[in-house]
Structures are given as structure tokens and as C-alpha cells.
Ligand binder design. Structure first.
Ligand code: IFM
Length: 461
């Protein structure tokens, strides 16, 4: 006997992308250089020297992409704005062509009956701002507010869902501590400063977005995995505390009125990373960061089972195969990123975030899996592992809602295969296949199944 899993009628079903990962047109129509342009054009930084120069050429193909979204029945589309397309030097005179591009995109989505969810910062900082110090510099937070103002003045009449930042933990830790992401620095002290300025810029931007976009809902998106110790040993438990502290609590605690977690500050002070403590916090900062928001966005992919003897770099534990519990890599349970399929973790994360921090509501703003399955002889793309991944995670969302979590929507990552950062094009997360030579898009079986779920607003478990 099967059970029908039925979602509430206003549940928002969507898919997500980000500017650098899909747009291409990296230097078209007055766009300035971003840190990801710069990073990708630096030999040795990205797998096989790949870049987002062309990516999915969404900058030119957006009308077809909207048509495809409509055919898939999507109710909402989450995308990000490329800051250097709007302000080529990071600040100053806006680039009209950049603003026009996003304005047309928003109009096209609304005409297709698709609600735009706009992320202001999904990692493509103008290089000029990095040259002036990047996120470790407080001035970058001030400049972000100018950028938020310019964008929301132009789009705020039509865009009513705003996300300030995508995954500030990844920006800070991978960009400024491990160096795996642009701008590629390896300086934990700078990374901690960056994290503060990212959060501060969020706090300062929220009232600006509200002013320019009456009636809008505003939030932030965090990546929160499900962190578990591999054993009850003191060392494993302490490592789990550190990983969770760095990746989750360092962001959730200050956003929800608790300040920065004292255990992390104590660790970093003891290790000499913070010789002057949190001296970069100025009066009023913590108050600004706790600005009330309308929702919390959660990006969830996998769990991290941490064991002390294999984790030499806590900051990299989330992406470090050495830091997770070894297990056979059966594709049914492990994606090609080496990430385990663990939907119970999504249930846990949603429950923890809601019951611990009490956001007014939540969205899953990203969730998905990398599998490279392409077309069979009959042209079908049978991405069964991705379809099952989605099914398991939809069920976890439903269970969380039954437990009382006010989950308002779900965005699949990603609408289409795209540029997966340091992995280049080697990892395909799309529910739609992209042929990067012809730019042809082919919906995979997961997308066709998702369309049915959206139509039925549920599925047979
Ligand atoms: O592709 C990324 C996205 O840009 C941010 N969240 C995780 C995804 C998969 O790694």
C-alpha cells in the first residue's frame, strides 16, 4: 500500500541557479570583472582550466529558459544578480544594460506566472572591491548596501522575495581560509573578518530592501549540513562541535540574537588566530545583524560524519572526503561529488533551525545531487539516482512540516547543469541536461517527475 504525500496548496515549488554559474557573457555590455572571472582566468585554480565565460549562455538564452521553466510547471525561480553587471567597479554609476537585463528577466518570469526569488550575492564580488580589500574590509559591507539599493530601486516594484546572501560560510571559509574558491586566500583571521562583514552587510541591507520594495519578504540563505561525530570519543565529539560551530552556529547564532558562539571565539583566541579577539565588531553591529527577517533559506545537501584522526583541516571538513566516515560509494547512496544521500539530515536540520532559532518561516533554497547520467539511445535521460534523491528529500520536507516546521517552499538545485565552481563542468546538478557545445537543454527524468509532483502538489510515497 502506498501513502499519498500531499503538500499545502500554497507550497512554493521552484528551482535555483546563480549568475556566474549560468549566465556567461562575462565581459558583455559593460559588465566588470568579478573575483570568479579573475580566479578562473588564473591557471591552476579550477579543474581543467574551465571558466564561466560562456557557461549556459543564459544571458542570451533567457527567453528560452523561461519557456522551459514554464513547461516544467515551476512556480518560482531563484536566481542571483551579478554585482559587476550592475556596478562594474563595485560602486558608482550603475550600468544601465546590466539593470535592463535583469528587469527583462523579471518581466519575462512574471508574464510566465513564475515568481522571482532574487539573491543579491551568490559569490561574484566585483574584482575592484577585492583589490580594495574584499570582504575582510568593512568598506565592502557599506558598498553592498549601495548595490542593494540600486538593484531594489529598479526591481523592487516587481520582485517581492529577496535573499541578501547565499551561503556566507562558503564565501568566508572557502574564499578566504582554504582558498578553494575565489579570491583564493588562505588566512583564517581574514576569513573571520569576512564572515562578520558579510553578516553586517545583510543586516544593513534588509531595511533598504524593505524601503525600496514595499510588501517584500526578505531573508538570507545559509548552508547547513547535518554534522555527526563518528564515535563517542571526546576527540570526535569535539571535532563535531568545531565543524558545526564554524559552519552553522557562527552564522545562525548572531542572526538570531545570540552573538558569536563563545566556544569558537575561545578556540580561535587560544590558537592565536584572533590575537585581538573580535576587535572588528563596532558598536551597533550585533544589533544590525539581528535585524528581523521574514524567512530563513536553507541549502542542504548531505551530512558530515566527522572523525578526528582523518580531519586535519576542520574548515574543509564539509568538502573533504577524508573527513567523512568511509563507506562504499554506491551511487544509490553517494553522488558524484562524494556526498552521501541522507534525507534524514534535512529533517533534522529543518527541525533544529526552527525549534532552536524560531525563524518565521523557512524555504529549502537549494537541494540536489550531482550525477552525470546522459541520454540513452532513445534520447531519454534516466537520472534515477537524482529522482530518488529528490523523492527522499521531498518526503523529509513533508515530515518536517508535519512536525510543525513552517516550511514554505523548496527549490531544486539546479534548474540546469552549470559551472560547479572549482569542479568546472565535471559535476552536473541540473534537473535539465545542458550540452555545453550546442547549448541544447533536455529535461531529465527527474525534471519530468518533478513536473508531475508540482501538478499533483504531492506524490505517492
Ligand atoms: O553549486 C553550488 C551552489 O552555487 C551553492 N550551493 C551548493 C551548490 C552545489 O555545490
Amino acid at each position: 500500500m502506498t501513502d499519498k504525500i500531499q503538500f499545502p496548496k500554497d507550497f512554493v515549488w521552484g528551482a535555483a541557479t546563480s549568475s556566474y554559474q549560468i549566465e556567461g557573457a562575462w565581459n558583455a555590455d559593460g559588465k566588470g570583472e568579478s573575483i570568479w572571472d579573475h580566479f578562473c582566468h588564473t591557471p591552476g585554480k579550477v579543474k581543467d582550466g574551465e571558466t564561466g565565460d560562456l557557461a549556459c549562455d543564459h544571458y542570451h538564452l533567457w527567453p528560452e529558459d523561461i519557456k522551459m521553466m514554464k513547461e516544467l510547471g515551476l512556480k518560482a525561480y531563484r536566481f542571483s544578480i551579478a554585482w559587476p553587471r550592475i556596478l562594474p567597479e563595485g560602486r558608482g554609476a550603475p550600468n544601465a544594460a546590466g539593470l535592463d537585463f535583469y528587469s527583462r528577466l523579471v518581466d519575462g518570469l512574471l508574464a510566465a506566472g513564475i515568481t522571482p526569488f532574487v539573491t543579491l550575492y551568490h559569490w561574484d564580488l566585483p574584482q575592484a572591491l577585492q583589490d580594495a580589500g574584499g570582504w575582510p574590509a568593512r568598506a565592502t559591507a557599506e558598498t553592498f548596501v549601495e548595490y542593494a539599493d540600486v538593484v531594489s530601486r529598479r526591481l523592487g516594484d516587481r520582485v517581492k522575495n529577496w535573499i541578501t546572501h547565499n551561503e556566507p560560510a562558503v564565501v568566508a571559509w572557502l574564499g578566504y581560509h582554504t582558498g578553494e574558491h575565489a579570491p583564493g586566500l588562505q588566512d583564517l583571521n581574514a576569513a573571520i573578518r569576512a564572515s562578520h562583514h558579510l553578516l553586517l552587510s545583510h543586516g544593513w541591507a534588509v531595511p533598504v530592501l524593505r524601503r525600496n520594495s514595499p510588501g517584500a519578504e526578505v531573508g538570507i540563505t545559509l548552508n547547513v549540513g547535518w554534522t555527526m561525530a563518528a564515535s563517542n570519543s571526546a576527540a570526535d565529539l569535539d571535532l563535531a562541535r568545531q565543524v558545526d560551530g564554524m559552519w552553522a552556529r557562527w552564522f545562525t547564532d548572531p542572526l538570531y540574537r545570540r552573538g558569536y558562539p563563545a566556544d569558537m571565539t575561545a578556540d580561535w583566541t587560544a590558537s592565536g588566530t584572533l590575537p585581538n579577539g573580535l576587535d572588528f565588531i563596532q558598536p551597533g553591529d550585533m544589533q544590525a545583524i539581528t535585524v528581523p527577517t521574514d524567512f530563513l533559506g536553507v541549502n542542504y545537501y548531505t551530512r558530515a560524519v566527522v572523525r578526528s584522526e582523518t580531519a586535519d583541516r576542520v574548515g574543509a571538513a564539509q568538502n573533504d572526503p577524508q573527513a567523512v566516515f568511509p563507506a562504499p560509494k554506491d551511487p544509490k547512496h553517494w553522488s558524484e561529488m562524494g556526498w552521501e544521500t541522507y534525507p534524514e539530515g534535512l529533517l533534522g536540520v529543518l527541525g533544529r533551525l526552527y525549534f532552536d532559532y524560531q525563524p518565521l518561516k523557512l524555504y529549502v533554497t537549494e537541494n540536489g545531487a550531482s550525477y552525470s547520467a546522459g541520454a540513452d539511445a532513445d534520447g531519454h535521460i534516466r537520472d534515477t539516482h537524482r529522482l530518488n534523491y529528490l523523492r527522499g528529500h521531498f518526503a523529509a520536507c513533508h515530515r518536517a512540516m508535519q512536525a510543525g516546521v513552517p516550511l514554505a517552499g523548496y527549490f531544486a538545485w539546479s534548474l540546469m547543469d552549470n559551472f560547479e565552481w572549482a569542479f568546472g563542468y565535471s559535476q552536473r546538478f541540473g534537473i535539465v541536461w545542458v550540452d555545453f557545445t550546442s547549448q541544447k537543454r533536455i529535461p531529465k527524468d527527474s525534471a519530468l517527475w518533478y513536473r508531475q509532483v508540482i501538478t499533483d502538489n504531492g506524490f505517492e510515497a
